[in-house]
Write a protein that binds this ligand. Structure first.
Ligand code: M6R
Length: 612
């Protein structure tokens, strides 16, 4: 969603603002803008469309300033127009603001300011922030105090970065329910809503704590709470390399990230299990469970959105089979509105970005209800990570493509590890446990094998890219993987597809199957292959073409009933999702490529969804 950048220091701010915004493009946006302070005024350049438009306006002009802010907007309140783009400026023209999040009470504030004769120039909720500060500034020339007074009247979520014409050396930043980071360097400091904007400049960062304000100058920054009390600063070192957020020769981030999955899975499991020795214990970072807690543990609730939710759907099968503890899985946006019962439950929140507003709200609800929350998160120090009781980090590195791939895979193995740890502590280790553990260790090498085979999936996709109707069918874990395969295809290729439990088709949906339908059938669960063959015969009889994705040990007999069969290496049935998802990612990628879609930035979507 929206992106923020800011700079104060000895150099010209403009190159960083433009480059920083480009690095945030992946989050999704429909307009962009910057504001810099010149000797005479605050100069604003903002435009609907891509960042290139801003660059074109600046052109050969020597726009030079030691301080500035920038923004990419993903429209929520008001269309993507030049006027609605950020930065927004107060009526006095001396204060410019960029904002991520939503000001929920903006109508009330706008009415109040309009009665005071303040003219608005946009339809956005964000402009009220600039106008409110500007209104206070008329009578109080202490900009910091005006900002503190303003944040107290704002309701909703806001990350703000503000400059004032009369304070040539100060950026003021605010964080509530939307991420903001200060990047620290010698003689210059940076602000960004997300780490990739900063990677080429510094790896020393301070993630603003919830409800905090910072005054950032070239040489230092001071952190306060909303009541002006000084807060202790905490600096972290980001260990993502500059290259990790580059395409490194790939045409798209999505392909690069698919290809990184063997490494990402290995990085996530290797610190937690011993890959070489015959040692089958899990070291789960510093997460501990008391005997008392385990004795009372009755249920596991998994809460997440999108692909992370699909990880939860697979994990439910895995956990219930191994631990024999019931698992409930909720979409985060539904969880808090259904009055969930979390007594004696462990709540697991899964999120790549750690900033998804729905997941964060669900986490808070779970904690309010007294549950212990463990999160599985990729972004270090993100809001979900910070607010959880414990975090299990995935080591996927930065994920830039909107369509998640390596984050899904690393979340899945993290869920396996958490389950095996509980299994060990609850003394439920069986023979199955050891086999699963050995197979988890083999996952990186088996994933690598599938990655090597990508060209064959490319050829298969070529046959099917014109189909407008696709069904993914499977049973058990395969059904859960179908949901992810279907989402991948929909989000990047805009082909309508549905994931269906294979046995459920005949209860209504089979009426949609005809000779314009492609059915992608998964068969990795040994005990269910024959049932899958029967279901595939049903759709074939109604004209559909069928592509099977099957495990080596399940493939026999499938060639007779399908046009194509993609074979994945043999693995314990319970782990098959980690392999079967990969051909589906490739398939979606190649279909989108053939259809000429914008793969890394699909329309209407944002990488990190920070509004509810
Ligand atoms: O950052 P999160 O994992 O919390 O994001 C959740 C979903 O928005 C995300 O998985 C989304 O569904 C992906 N774009 C799917 O590829």
């Amino acid at each position: 969603m929206c992106g923020i950048v800011g700079y104060v220091g000895a150099k010209n701010a403009v190159p960083f603002l433009l480059q920083g915004l480009s690095k945030l493009e992946y989050r999704g946006y429909d307009s962009a803008g910057i504001a810099v302070r010149t000797n005479d005024s605050i100069e604003i350049i903002k435009k609907r469309g891509s960042i290139q438009n801003i660059k074109d306006i600046i052109g050969a002009r020597e726009l030079n300033s030691r301080i500035g802010i920038g923004h990419t907007r993903w429209a929520t309140h008001g269309n993507p127009t030049d006027e609605n783009s950020h930065p927004h400026v107060s009526s006095c023209g001396r204060i410019a603001v960029v904002h991520n999040g939503i000001i929920e009470n903006y109508i009330e504030l706008k009415e109040k300011l309009t009665e005071l004769d303040i003219k608005f120039n946009s339809e956005t909720d964000s402009e009220v922030v600039a106008q409110y500060i500007g209104y206070l500034y008329k009578t109080n020339k202490n900009i910091f105090e005006c900002i503190l007074e303003t944040v107290k009247v704002l309701q909703g979520s806001f990350a703000l970065c503000i400059i004032c014409q009369d304070c040539p050396e100060k950026l003021i930043v605010v964080k509530k329910d939307s991420p903001l980071i200060i990047g620290v360097s010698e003689g210059e400091n940076y602000v960004a809503s997300d780490v990739p904007a900063l990677l080429s400049y510094t790896n020393k960062v301070c993630r603003l704590p919830e409800k905090s304000v910072a005054i950032v100058t070239a040489d230092e920054f001071k952190l306060y709470d909303f009541d002006k009390n000084v807060i202790e600063k905490k600096l972290d070192l980001v260990n993502w390399s500059v290259d990790s957020a580059e395409k490194s020769g790939y045409e798209h981030f999505m392909m690069k990230e698919i290809m990184e999955q063997a490494t990402a899975v290995k990085s996530t499991i290797s610190p937690r299990i011993n890959l070489d020795l015959n040692n089958n214990l899990v070291k789960l970072d510093n997460i501990t469970f008391s005997e008392e807690y385990l004795k009372n543990l009755e249920k596991i609730c998994i809460v997440a959105c999108g692909s992370a939710y699909h990880v939860g759907c697979v994990a439910k099968y895995f956990i219930e089979e191994i631990l024999r503890i019931p698992v409930e899985i909720d979409l985060a946006s539904e969880f808090r509105y259904r009055n969930p019962i979390v007594k004696n439950s462990l709540v697991v929140v899964i999120s790549q970005s750690g900033e998804t507003a729905d997941s964060l709200a669900a986490l808070r609800e779970a904690k309010k209800l007294g549950a212990r929350v463990i999160s599985i998160v990729n972004v270090f120090g993100s809001s979900i990570a910070t607010e959880s009781d414990d975090v299990l980090y995935t080591y996927a590195g930065p994920e830039i493509a909107v369509a998640t791939t390596k984050a899904y895979s690393t979340q899945l193995v993290s869920a396996y590890l958490l389950t095996l740890k509980l299994c060990e502590l609850l003394q439920k280790r069986t023979l199955n446990y050891d086999k699963i553990m050995q197979d988890i260790k083999k996952l990186p090498e088996k994933i690598e094998k599938i990655l090597e085979n990508k060209n064959s999936i490319h050829d298969i996709a070529k046959k099917y890219y014109n189909y407008e109707k696709v069904f993914f069918i499977g049973r058990n874990i395969d059904y859960a993987v179908c949901m992810e395969g279907s989402l991948k295809l929909k989000e990047i290729s805009y082909v309508h597809s549905e994931a269906y439990a294979a046995g459920e088709l005949k209860h209504g949906t089979i009426s949609l199957i005809d000779d314009n339908t492609l059915v992608i059938a998964l068969a990795t669960q040994t005990k269910l292959v024959d049932k899958m063959i029967s279901n595939v015969r049903e759709v074939r009889a109604r004209g559909a073409r069928v592509l099977f994705v099957a495990s080596e040990n399940c493939q026999e007999k499938l060639h007779e009933v399908a046009e194509d069969v993609i074979v994945i290496p043999e693995i314990s049935d319970l782990l098959s999702a980690s392999l079967s998802v990969i051909p589906l990612q490739f398939f979606a990628y190649y279909i989108a490529l053939y259809r000429g879609c914008n793969i890394d930035k699909p329309k209407n979507l944002a990488k990190s969804v920070t509004v509810e």
